[in-house]
Write a protein that binds this ligand. Structure first.
Ligand SMILES: [Zn+2]
Length: 353
């Protein structure tokens, strides 16, 4: 459905650039897709007395209820409301068809060690240390029970460790926003819900791969830990988890919709072209970026951003973007102000003031 362009770089990795634009939507959050992980013939992780698919559905429905009750301007769409099997690609397609502003996928984690507990929130991308490999394998392996999965997922094979290299230089115009939302979810889990914090993580998750909107996958706890399994199956536990996610969404919505007012008109706006965003450090030599020169690598927390261009003129950067897009079609313009990323709309507002 999306035009995915495969580029083979000298470092022999295949990079996928996604056709999205950060500028084609306004900042309002009015449609939220809630995705209850697994379902039907796919049980997900299995505990002593429960299955992941049932917990995810209960939490998803509760979260939707809280949103509907408290955020009347938001339309909630569920990928499933019953115990039904849905292919991974179909989940992000539901979000796309409905022009969703957010995609929230809910899951339950598992470990071979009974003692492991806690929540983590994932965003799309290749993680630096491959520590999430078991999560990635488990959450992606669903596609093995789908028909024709190899043609549907660009040759991706969850059993082949090399094939997830297709995620290694994934670029999504919505990653910044996904990270922010993920951080807010973990903050709520830790501070208010008092869950063990396993942090925001980046992983090559198929369900998030084609989402053209900020999207996160939440592992709400471990089904393999007896007390967490009990908690996740209790009405109270489900309410605590769902309300933490709800509060994070509410905060995110407020932040996103009020950003313009918060930022003071500082005339220090700079435009750049973002070429890639990755959990891996890549040498900035032109060969690694389709011959594009003057590539700058900026370490941003645990991620690396790759830019070219540096100008205060939007016209100039738009011209450069046209040139760059001949080589990397989905390269996009970003605006920085006082060392912080801001939207193009905001940048232009500031410049015009
Ligand atoms: Zn799952």
């Amino acid at each position: 459905m999306y035009k995915l362009l495969k580029l083979i770089f000298v470092i022999s990795a295949v990079f996928i650039f996604q056709k999205t634009s950060a500028q084609d939507k306004n900042d309002n959050i009015n449609v939220i897709v809630i995705d209850a992980g697994h379902g039907g013939k796919d049980s997900g992780a299995v505990g002593k007395k429960s299955k992941e698919k049932d917990i995810t559905l209960a939490i998803a429905l509760r979260l939707g209820k809280y949103i509907k009750e408290n955020l009347p301007d938001v339309k909630v769409i569920y990928t499933r409301k019953t115990d039904k099997f849905i292919e991974l690609h179909e989940r992000s397609e539901i979000a796309d068809r409905n022009n969703a502003d957010l995609f929230i996928s809910i899951h339950v984690n598992a470990s071979t060690k009974k003692s492991v507990t806690g929540t983590s929130t994932f965003i799309m991308g290749l993680n630096k240390a491959d520590k999430q490999l078991d999560v990635v394998k488990r959450e992606n392996s669903v596609i093995l029970i789908e028909d024709n999965y190899k043609t549907k997922y660009e040759g991706f094979d969850p059993n082949s460790p090399e094939s997830d290299i297709i995620f290694s230089l994934y670029q999504n115009a919505y990653l910044d926003k996904s990270i922010r939302l993920a951080e807010l979810v973990q903050e709520e889990f830790k501070q208010k819900a008092k869950r063990t914090d396993r942090d925001v993580r980046q992983a090559g998750l198929v369900v998030l791969w084609n989402c053209a909107m900020p999207s996160i996958l939440i592992e709400t706890g471990f089904i393999t830990n007896p007390s967490e399994e009990l908690f996740l199956n209790s009405k109270n536990g489900q309410a605590i988890i769902a309300s933490a996610i709800y509060r994070a969404i509410k905060k995110y919505k407020y932040e996103t919709e009020h950003q313009n007012k918060i930022i003071k008109s500082e005339k220090k706006v700079t435009f750049k072209i973002q070429l890639a965003f990755s959990g891996k450090k890549i040498d900035t030599k032109p060969e690694n970026f389709k011959g594009i020169k003057n590539v700058e690598c900026v370490e941003d927390g645990r991620y690396y951003r790759y830019f070219t261009g540096n100008t205060k003129s939007y016209e100039e950067i738009a011209k450069l973007q046209k040139k760059v897009q001949k080589k990397i079609p989905d390269a996009y313009i970003i605006a920085v102000n006082n060392g912080k990323l801001i939207t193009i709309k905001k940048a232009l507002q500031i410049l015009n003031n």
